[in-house]
Design a protein around this ligand. Structure first.
Ligand code: NAD
Length: 722
């Protein structure tokens, strides 16, 4: 069996238990590691010759939390078993805390989640300067269920603790010392921990086990207490729209738990943990946000047999909004960038964007001046195609014009070799058609970034009909190089992300034309968990762009065909009106569905929108509107799957959350269908289609799956099998 931790006793009679999990990238609380820790700890605790126990790690980190694979397997347990497993751990930590023999945490590196909770259960804590503490469970839809919601607020007060517990943010060493979360900061944490034991600095009881213990800061039932919880509750509601149960249950743990004895509080915490653990939100957040995204980042779907790419030079053609951002990310990935435009000035403007961007990162303290200079120096601005010689990959981000893109493709192919891959960042033009301009269409691929490039985590890779596996592999390697998340899809008008995202705003246009108040449309959009209301979002993206794409699609596909497929005619009227008649293209022009101030911030919905679409006077059915927004996105995704544009449920889910901000608590578009339940979703489609039109008609794929009793994720725990 591989060794997970070791322990030894020194000449002073102090035992040191060292976490060093062989075969694991990091120290985590796995079932086996916890069992081993329990054995080592009990052996030393029961040994009269041992004066005290130090817990530390031989790795860079201390312990970074629970083993998510272990947690995921527990999804197959019933609630009673989850609760009893939780209490077993909680009670063990309590035993460590209350044992007469002092246990000291020597926190040499990051202590997160269960790792921090273990440290909190030690009666004395020494921390290294550069280490971080944190309880990030909320991000997985859970709460720190091994005493974290109880010990932290008992140390630093309810309001301070809530800020860490409900956001998952980290605490640095200086802050931890000021708060009294750790007792000392030391360079050599192990010897400082041993000294604390030998010098009797470790208290015989945890503060809350002392008879005269009172909470720091606000006291239960005091006016400050009421203020803290009323304020935190309101803020939470505003941020989460009530969609995320974990911060709510964390608040309940702090509110009720601090009024109970520690043992009762731990049991209360365990019940809240279990309720979250069994719920769909935690499942969705863990499955897509953790497993799905990590698998994509690890390039699990990379074509096999293609050797990994070493990037030394990447070309970017078009130094505008997108090209300059692509250059930033590529240079940051450690690669030389040739940034090419039609004029020296345009190319230099793009290079300056890179310099300014990293200058801002320096000001924010995110990177050093030297590092910023090093990255910026990798970018060469030019108008000369010869500079692209020797590049492994070139990405074009010139105007959205077939003719220009064709010229750029030919000029690049003329100076690059057969192994070179050509990527296009087109947002709308099908890849197979653009590849007609290439001599090597097998090396031609879509690499679709989102704006702002530096910030958006997803890149959608689109394979044209002739795109080779080698080209797909190079594109995926590149996305990994720049630390973004790739999904690979097949060619289609709007690919996957833009096609589905468009249905959200189109549904909003339908609602407007039905006489649903614009403010209701916006608020319901946000209430579904989307990052913005649909009108504000299309303003930001550019209504004129949406308008242009719609009319190009009409030209190429034919209006009759589109109507047949369920395209709502009333949505077209709305977009034509705002762009053609009202001449309001969106935020960049300072006018769209919203008015904007001189800093280009939205101030209010343009009053004429209310005048143009007067209220129908009917009572608002919020649930129906929410369902329309979410179902329409899921239906379009199902169509993409049916047509083979998207080939796997996890790609659809990861793409929706990280591409256009679909609500993370729903786990993505397909997890949403699963959360509703496939038979129920099908019944909803039938009802919505009857009430609102053909666009809600259920795809055959869904009907077939329901008939066969299938689901997209047949085995909840299979994803963690590796
Ligand atoms: P932009 O107008 O900001 O930049 C285009 C740049 O291309 C300009 O600097 C222009 O001088 C340069 N250019 C034009 N013709 C050229 C040529 N023949 N050779 C070299 N350079 C040339 O446009 P953008 O918003 O950066 O969009 C670029 C591409 O990215 C388009 O295909 C667009 O559809 C796509 N895209 C845009 C977004 C977005 O949100 N802006 C998102 C995804 C994809």
């Amino acid at each position: 069996m591989t060794s997970l931790l070791t322990s030894s006793i020194d000449q002073d009679g102090i035992a040191t238990i060292t976490w060093d999990m062989a075969g694991h990238p990091m120290n985590v609380l796995s079932e086996a590691a916890l069992e081993a820790f329990g054995e080592h700890w009990s052996k030393h605790a029961e040994n009269d010759a041992v004066k005290g126990i130090v817990v530390t790690s031989a790795r860079k980190e201390f312990i970074v939390g629970a083993d998510i694979n272990m947690l995921w397997k527990m999804r197959s347990y019933d609630a009673a078993t989850v609760f009893s497993e939780n209490q077993r751990l909680s009670q063990f930590f309590r035993e460590v805390e209350t044992h007469p023999k002092p246990t000291v945490a020597a926190i040499n590196g990051d202590a997160l989640g269960g790792g921090f909770e273990l440290a909190l259960a030690c009666r004395y804590r020494v921390m290294a300067e550069g280490a971080k503490l944190g309880l990030p469970e909320v991000m997985l839809g859970l709460l720190p269920g091994a005493g974290g919601t109880q010990r932290l607020p008992r140390l630093i007060g309810a309001s301070e603790a809530l800020q860490y517990l409900t956001t998952g943010k980290n605490m640095r060493a200086d802050k931890a010392l000021t708060f009294g979360v750790v007792h000392e900061i030391a360079e050599d944490v192990i010897s400082a921990a041993k000294t604390a034991i030998l010098e009797g600095k470790v208290p015989s009881k945890a503060p809350w086990d002392e008879a005269n213990f009172t909470l720091p800061k606000e006291q239960p039932q005091s006016p400050e207490w009421t203020q803290t919880f009323a304020g935190a509750g309101a803020m939470l509601r505003r941020q989460t729209q009530g969609n995320y149960p974990s911060p709510q249950r964390i608040m309940a743990c702090v509110y009720h738990g601090l009024q109970l004895s520690m043992d009762k509080a731990l049991s209360f915490e365990g019940r809240q943990f279990t309720a979250l653990f069994m719920g769909s939100e935690a499942r969705n957040l863990i499955r897509t946000g953790w497993f799905g995204r990590n698998a994509a980042n690890r390039l699990e779907k990379r074509p096999q047999g293609v050797p990994p790419t070493t990037f030394t030079k990447v070309g970017v053609i078009g130094a505008g909004v997108m090209g300059a951002g692509i250059a930033s990310c590529t240079a940051q990935g450690g690669c030389d960038v040739v940034l090419l435009d039609i004029s020296e000035e345009a190319a230099e403007r793009g290079r300056k964007h890179v310099e300014d961007y990293f200058g801002r990162q320096v000001k924010k303290g995110r990177i050093t001046t030297e590092k910023a200079a090093q990255i910026t120096n990798r970018v060469t601005a030019t108008t000369d195609y010869k500079a692209l010689e020797g590049a492994q990959l070139t990405i074009e981000a010139v105007f959205e014009d077939r003719g220009i893109k064709a010229k750029v493709t030919a000029a690049t192919e003329a100076v690059t070799d057969d192994a070179h891959i050509f990527g296009t960042n087109t947002s709308t033009l099908p890849i197979t058609g653009l590849a007609d301009a290439a001599d090597r269409p097998e090396s031609f691929i879509g690499i679709h970034f989102f704006s702002p490039v530096e910030k958006m985590p997803l890149v959608e890779i689109i394979r044209g009909e002739q795109t080779s596996d080698a080209a797909a592999a190079v594109a995926m390697d590149y996305v990994k190089l720049i630390s973004k998340t790739p999904i690979v899809v097949n060619d289609s008008r709007g690919f996957y992300t833009s096609r589905v995202f468009g249905t959200y705003t189109r549904e909003a246009f339908c609602m407007l034309s039905e006489g649903i108040s614009p403010a209701v449309v916006e608020n319901v959009g946000k209430a579904t968990g989307m990052p913005m209301g649909p009108l504000e979002l299309i303003d930001m993206v550019g209504i004129d762009t949406g308008h242009k794409i719609t009319h190009e699609t009409i030209k190429e596909v034919g209006w009759e065909t589109m109507l047949e497929r369920g395209e709502p005619a009333k949505a077209l009227e709305v977009i034509d009106w705002i762009v053609e008649e009202a001449k309001r293209p969106g935020q960049k022009a300072g006018k769209g569905f919203y008015d904007y101030d001189d800093k280009n911030k939205p101030t209010r919905i343009w009053p004429e929108v209310y005048a143009k679409f007067p209220s129908n006077g009917a009572p608002v059915d919020v649930d129906d509107l929410k369902k329309r927004f979410l179902h329409i996105q899921a239906i379009e995704t199902l169509r993409c799957m049916e047509e083979g544009v998207v080939t796997a449920a996890d790609d659809a889910d990861v793409g929706s959350i990280f591409g256009w901000g679909f609500a993370p608590f729903l786990g993505g578009v397909i997890s949403y269908v699963e959360t509703v339940g496939l038979p129920q979703f099908l019944a909803d489609c039938d009802a919505l289609a009857a009430n609102h039109g053909k666009r809600f008609a259920a795809p055959q794929l869904l009907r077939d799956m329901v008939a066969k009793g299938q689901s997209f994720y047949p085995n909840e725990t299979a994803v963690a099998a590796e």
